[in-house]
Structures are given as C-alpha cells and as structure tokens.
Design a protein around this ligand. Structure first.
Ligand SMILES: Cc1cc2nc3c(=O)[nH]c(=O)nc-3n(C[C@H](O)[C@H](O)[C@H](O)COP(=O)(O)O)c2cc1C
Ligand code: FES
Length: 597
C-alpha cells in the first residue's frame, strides 16, 4: 500500500461540484502526473466541508492548509509551489472579513474555530464513497460494540442518558422514542430515516448523507437492534441526486461487508434498509404524511395518537428519526452518554447542525454546541453582516420558525430558549437579515410558502394560513387596515391551536414573532403607508438626489423602462409613471444618488 506524504482533501459536495470540483480534480491529477507526484500526493474527494460560499475548497493534510475559490488555472502554480517546492500559495487562502492577511490553516479561521463536529465528525476527512475511509476513522465500531457487548436495553438506556433529542424539529427525546417502539408487542417493526428536508435554504441532512452516508446507516443498524426492527427505510427527496447516489453506494458496501442483511457480524441480527425517494413536498417531512407517502398513499398527516411508535408503516410499530439524529447515535455509543451529555445546555445536549445563510459574510453549514449565542453565530462564525450594515434579525426554524431581534443577540441557542423567544429550533435553518429586510414582507414570503405547501386536509391550516397570507400581502401592497393587526393575532392563535399537524401549528410563527418584535413596521405600513426598509414596492418611490447625481447616465442605461432622462453631467430624473421600482438604478449608481422613500 502506498504511503502518501500529502492528501489533498478536495470538497465534492453539491455546492463545490456545481462550482467545478471535478474539473479541479482532473486538473490536479494531470498536473501531479506531469510532475511525477502521483505516488506522493493523493487527491481525495470528500463531502461538503461547510464553507460552500468559498467553493471549490480544498484542505491540504496533514498541514491543514485551506484553499478556496479554486480555478483550473490556479492548479499548475499550486502544484509547483506548494506540493513540489513546499511553499503554500497565499493568494489562494481565505482572508477573514475582519482581517487583512490570509489565514493559512483551516483550524484558525473563525468560521471553523467555534464549531464542534459530532454529526459531521468525518466531514472533509473521508471519501464518502469508500467504506474503508469510514472504518479507518473508527466507523462501525459502535455497531460492533452495540451488537456484541450491549443488550437492546443497554443501548436504549445509553441513548436516554445522553439526552439526545430529535434533530428533525420537535426535539423529542430519542431514547424515549426508541423505548416506546421497543415496548410494542410483535415483530415486523420498522425504522425510518427522515431525509425529506423541505425547508427552503436548508441542506444539513443532504450534506450529512453526501459527506458521510455510513454514519447514518450505522446509527440505523444500532437502532434496529435496540428496537427490534427488521427493516429500515431512508426517505429522501428526489432533488438530492448526489446524496442518493452516495447512499446507494454505501448501502451496497455495507451489504458486501456483512454490516447489513442477514446475521450481521455473525450476531444473528437480520436487518436491511431500502431507499424511498420523495417528490419534494414540505408536508412529506411530517412523520405521519411521510408514512402515507412510503405506503403509496397521498402524503397527508393524520391525527396522533396513535403515534408511529405504536402504529406506523403498514400499521407496524415504527421509529422515525431525522438524518442528523441517526448520524449522532454511533458517536454516543462509542464515546458514551456521559461525554455527550456534558456538551450543550441543561435541557439540550450535544451539538446542532445549522445552515447559516442570509446577510452574513460567511455563509455555510456549521455544527456548534447547543448553548452557543446568536451573537457568536452571526459575528464569530458568520463574520458579521455583509457590507457592514446593521444586524436586524435572525429567522430560525425554517419557514414556520420565528424572527429573533437584535435585542436578543445574546440568547443561548437551545430548544427552550428559542421557543420562549417565539421561534423554534426546527431542523436548523438560520437566516440572518440586515436593516434592508422588511419584516412584513418576510412574513408574507413565508406565509406564501406555507399556504402553497399546506396539504389542505384540515380547515384551520388550509383556510387560516391563506387568509393570513392575504392580509399580510394587502399590508405590503399598501392596502392594510388598522384592524388587521389584532385580526392577524387572533387568526394566528386559532390556526396554531386548530391545525391537525405542526405545519399549521407553527405556520403563524413568522407573523406572530414579527408582530411581537417589529410591530412598528406593520404600523408604518398601515398608518403611514410607508415601508421603512424600502422593500414593499407599493409603498416606496425611487428618486435621484440632484446634489449627488453626476450625470454619468449609467442608471438610464440600465433602466428597463427607459424611465430615467437627463443630459450628460446634469442631474437625472425618474418618470414615476414609468418606474416599476425594480431598483436597477440604485444598484448601478456609484454615487449613492438614488434614494428610496
Ligand atoms: C411540516 C413538517 C415538516 C417536517 N419536515 C421534516 C423533515 O424534513 N425532516 C425531519 O427529520 N423531520 C421533519 N419533521 C418532523 C417529523 O414529523 C418528525 O418529528 C421527525 O422526523 C422525528 O425525528 P427526530 O425525533 O429525530 O427529530 C417535519 C414536521 C412537520 C410538521
Ligand atoms: S459543497 Fe464544498 S464546502 Fe459545501
């Protein structure tokens, strides 16, 4: 076997692949061959490294040097300078927003420094398509331990003691769910991995499956032994082709290695997993809808109880857990409940993966200990707000989460604190907003999504969310009435209490939380017919400040309506009759002469 002096861990997650990772790989292999370095330097394609906005990214091991925004043209210089002559190429390194010089090592970059990887423990360190890489990092050791040295009861107690709570949104204690399913009489029980991930902008689960599929499979086999399940399903959306491909590769390898199928590791455990592709509806992630979809019925939620633990897939006891929950299980079995429960807060143990997006400088996927503050997320990991604008709010919990304002930036993130603040943990979406975000328009956007995604089965959700959407859309369109605010609050509570599943149960959150913290914005829209953030088109007017305008004519050239006129080197004017408020003039103006009122 060859021993390489360097491993080039090139990200081949969806983000980096779409930015050309495979072209970089080919260029690296070509250049390494030309320099006779193929026996000394190995190129390894890994799953998502988390810093997708900087992709394609690559970490050089063992030094840990991090390269970003790579192009094919960079490769000859990189190979000659760094891999041949030992001089790392500074211009391809990352310069954090607050610093002037590039930071060579990944571990010194703020985006990575505060992260603690448990679910993503193998991120960037293995080739997800090689089971040997997973085993080399301690993979399937938890399975061997659970199957040979622990009883089902031991496993359940270990997971209970760890304090692990489901990462799919509701935060239900995982060990307790396993215990409830294990207690049901009879055989033919099922376990399900929920990889539906319908939140817009969220990619936590996709990334785990793409970068480390065996961690999910291993967790599921451990769960199968604990619960007494004979078959498992991974429910994953069709729009995740790379995750599906890697999952299927991993399943084949696990079967070849005797880690799935009959008599696993000679212990008498029979268990296999099949993949079920979802067509991509948000409600399919709700566990009872998911069961319907798995069985070939319409994906509509049903009243619980009975809970899936009692009556799930084809009426059999079924334990449904999220991708991240399953991926965390092997780490707990390996390192013990005590280790895990020391991380996090009193009620929320361990770490959580978030997709940090929006107006922060560093966007991407991060795993952090529970209890980290929003400030640390936004400023230390996210690097602060783009364009040094001011922070306005963060939306957590996906479309049915809530907005948390700047006054709560020091809020520690855990299930209870987020709920008290009017939001939810959800599955880990985190959208950061700056002063230019209109909170009323934001509530309108999420309500529109939820209205479209409501399955329509129960009246409260189907009609209630639609009416709330119409009211908020009217407010944005300058047609708001003073009675709309109390009406929205009343409707919000009725929809929350009267809906059959948590889609409707949480759908009012964006409105209720923005009313709680940003009521003045609603009032400005309704009473003053003004959008303070300058977003709602019906309530804004673009004007050109004659003092600042230099008459460069750029705005007129970019205006799709030919609404801007004026002579060169003289102040321009906008014909308000023609203006469609697209903002092209503001975007192109170098003198900040275009104002929004
Ligand atoms: C509208 C809706 C969508 C959901 N989508 C997901 C999802 O995409 N993935 C997920 O794991 N859980 C989702 N859930 C939560 C599931 O119903 C269920 O609680 C979860 O899969 C249980 O796993 P856990 O205990 O590991 O979190 C959703 C719930 C609702 C109400
Ligand atoms: S896809 Fe490469 S860093 Fe996320």
């Amino acid at each position: 076997m060859n021993t390489y002096r360097m491993h080039l861990m090139l990200c081949a997650g969806t983000g980096c692949v779409s930015n050309g990772s495979y072209r970089i790989k080919a260029a690296l292999e070509r250049e390494l061959a030309r320099r006779n370095l193929e026996e000394e330097v190995a190129v390894v394609t890994t799953g998502c490294n988390g810093f997708c906005a900087q992709g394609p990214v690559m970490t050089v091991q063992p030094e840990g040097i991090f390269y970003q925004l790579l192009t094919e043209e960079d490769i000859p210089e990189l190979v000659e300078e760094h891999f041949l002559k030992g001089r790392p190429v500074t211009r391809l390194m990352f310069t954090p927003p607050a610093e002037e010089a590039p930071v060579p090592k990944m571990s010194d970059i703020g985006f990575f420094r505060k992260q603690r990887l448990i679910s993503l423990r193998n991120r960037g360190l293995i080739d997800p398509e090689k089971i040997e890489d997973y085993i080399g990092r301690g993979g399937y050791r938890a399975l061997a331990k659970a199957l040979t040295a622990m009883t089902s009861e031991d496993i359940i107690q270990e997971i209970k003691k760890s304090g692990l709570r489901g990462r799919g949104g509701a935060g239900f204690p995982t060990g307790l769910k396993w215990e409830l399913t294990a207690r049901q009489a009879g055989d033919g029980k099922f376990i399900v991995c929920n990889g539906d991930e319908g939140d817009p902008g969220a990619f936590m689960d996709r990334s785990i499956v793409e970068s480390d599929p065996h961690s999910v499979l291993e967790g599921m086999v451990v769960g199968a032994k604990a619960i007494g399940a004979s078959h498992g399903f991974v429910y994953i959306r069709q729009e995740y082709p790379l995750a599906l491909e890697r999952l299927n590769v991993a399943l084949g390898q696990a079967r070849d290695y005797g880690l799935l199928g009959t008599d696993i590791l000679g212990t008498g455990l029979d268990f296999d997993i099949s993949v079920h592709r979802g067509a991509g509806a948000f409600v399919c992630g709700e566990e009872t809808s998911l069961i319907g979809s798995l069985e070939g019925r319409p994906p509509e939620p049903r009243i619980r109880p009975p809970f899936p633990a009692e009556s799930g897939v084809w009426g059999r006891p079924t334990c449904i857990n999220n991708v991240e929950t399953w991926a965390t299980v092997p780490a707990i079995i390996n390192r013990g409940a005590e280790w895990f429960s020391q991380i996090g807060t009193e009620t929320s143990k361990g770490t959580k993966v978030f997709s940090l997006v929006g107006k922060v400088k560093n966007t991407g996927l991060v795993e952090v200990p529970m209890g980290i503050t929003l400030r640390e997320m936004v400023y230390d990991i996210g690097g602060g707000i783009q364009g040094d604008k001011s922070f306005k709010a963060v939306q957590t919990g996906g479309p049915s989460g809530g907005c948390i304002p700047a006054s709560l930036l020091d809020l520690p993130i855990d299930y209870e604190r987020l709920t008290e603040a009017g939001s939810i943990m959800g599955s880990g979406g985190m959208i950061v907003m700056d002063e230019e975000t209109c909170m009323v328009d934001l509530a309108r956007y999420f309500l529109e999504f939820l209205r479209d995604e409501s399955c329509g089965k129960c009246t409260a959700c189907r009609e209630g969310v639609d009416v709330m959407y119409q009211i908020v859309a009217d407010i944005c369109a300058g047609k708001g009435r003073e009675e709309d605010i109390p009406l929205l609050e009343e409707l919000g509570h009725a929809v929350r209490d009267g809906s059959m599943c948590a889609l409707g149960g949480t759908a009012p959150n964006p409105v209720l939380s923005t009313l709680r913290y940003f009521r003045d914005e609603y009032e400005a829209h309704i009473k003053d017919r003004r959008c303070p953030a300058g977003v709602c088109k019906a309530l804004i007017t673009f004007r050109i400040d004659p003092e600042k305008c230099k008459g460069c004519l750029l705005c007129g050239r970019d205006c799709p309506q030919e609404a801007i006129t004026g002579e060169r080197r003289k102040p321009q004017t906008i014909d308000q009759e023609k203006c469609i408020k697209c903002g092209a003039c503001k975007d192109v103006c170098k003198f900040e002469a275009v104002t929004v009122q």
